[in-house]
Design a protein around this ligand. Structure first.
Ligand code: XMP
Length: 318
């Protein structure tokens, strides 16, 4: 029978067998999957695991510094690389969701490759790919036109890196990954973290990306997530976030007419992200959160709540 303990034991042994004394590089994302993969590899090969955590400038507010500190606290050999400006440059003027994903995937590989080349004699690339990533990225027919969304963290290894790939979580669903992490005493702050897409806020800013839009969305998202936590709702929700709509609407502040941005809030229940239902958040919570967003975040005068399920909608808007 499958248990997290037996999975850890067998995987650590298999990793040692497979990797031997080779060096491995792994990109940490701040999420559960790459973090659990890192801890498994750390158990198996210790300091031969080199972790890289890239700031693409599209993370949640303050997430880069706090997550980097958490990784260091876990004893991982991790290097933080702030490449925010490079990502923003590459995204300038792009509005199409798949083009944004491609640009981010490309810059990520460039930055990661620069860093990986600085590790002498590295032989392996480890990834935190889980089962749903594999099936959502490859359509039934295998034809790219039928791909729903190209999750950039799957299979995107360029030939020039010449690294062998190791993906210890490839057969697991998200809840199993969390159970594996818990069995290795990982911090709840990482294990309980909602899934967050690799392209980050870029696919929650509909249309083109600017530094100002990223700032607005980070502020809105922080109010929403902080409130979910303080109302004890965070752990009851599978994933939540805010979306910046490419829409201005008329409002009134004091005696002044405003013409500002509208944001959508999204919170879903799910087990694997393949299907999802919107969460029936308390009206009082929505009321308080909406007021707080509009009062605190300059540039936003309207908040709506997304009540669509997947399918036929998807979790992200892009
Ligand atoms: P959708 O929007 O397809 O999302 O219902 C399902 C899950 O996948 C995440 N997601 C992504 N993750 N790169 C990622 O790493 C991506 O391009 C991407 N697009 C969606 C989404 O946040 C949800 O958890």
């Amino acid at each position: 029978d499958w248990t997290p303990q037996s999975f850890v034991e067998e995987t650590v042994e298999a990793l040692q067998e497979k990797i031997g004394n080779d060096k491995v590089v792994l990109g940490l994302s701040g999420g559960v999957d790459s973090s659990v993969a890192a801890i498994l590899l750390h158990k198996a090969i210790g300091t031969n695991l080199y972790c890289i955590f890239v700031n693409n400038g599209l993370l949640r507010k303050n997430e880069y510094d706090s997550v980097l500190a958490q990784y260091e606290g876990m004893g991982l050999n991790v290097k933080g690389v702030d490449a925010s400006a490079r990502f923003l440059d590459a995204l300038a003027g792009l509005s199409d969701p798949e083009l944004k994903r491609k640009a981010i995937g490309r810059v990520f590989i460039e930055v990661f490759d620069d860093e990986a080349h600085q590790i002498k004699d590295v032989k392996w690339l480890a990834q935190g790919t889980i089962y749903p990533d594999v099936i959502e990225s490859v359509s039934a027919t295998g034809s790219p036109s039928a791909t729903i969304k190209s999750h950039h963290n799957v299979g995107g290894l360029p030939d020039f890196m010449k690294l062998k790939v190791v993906e210890p979580l490839k057969a697991l669903f998200k809840d199993e990954v969390r159970r594996v992490g818990a069995s290795m005493d990982m911090d709840q702050a990482i294990l309980g973290r909602h899934p967050f897409p690799g392209p980050g806020l870029a696919i929650r800013i509909l249309g083109d990306i600017t530094a100002e839009k990223v700032r607005i969305l980070q502020e809105v998202d922080a109010v929403f997530i902080d409130n979910l936590k303080s109302w004890n709702l965070y752990d009851k929700v599978w994933q939540a976030g805010a979306i910046l709509l490419p829409v201005n609407s008329v409002g009134v502040m004091g005696d002044e007419r405003t013409y500002e941005k509208c944001v959508a809030l999204r919170a879903v229940e799910s087990t694997d992200g393949m299907t999802a239902d919107w969460v029936n958040l308390p009206y009082e919570f929505l009321q308080k959160t909406s007021n707080e967003i509009i009062n605190k975040v300059k540039g936003v005068n309207r908040v709506v709540y997304d009540i669509s399920s997947k399918p036929p909608a998807t979790i992200e808007w892009e």
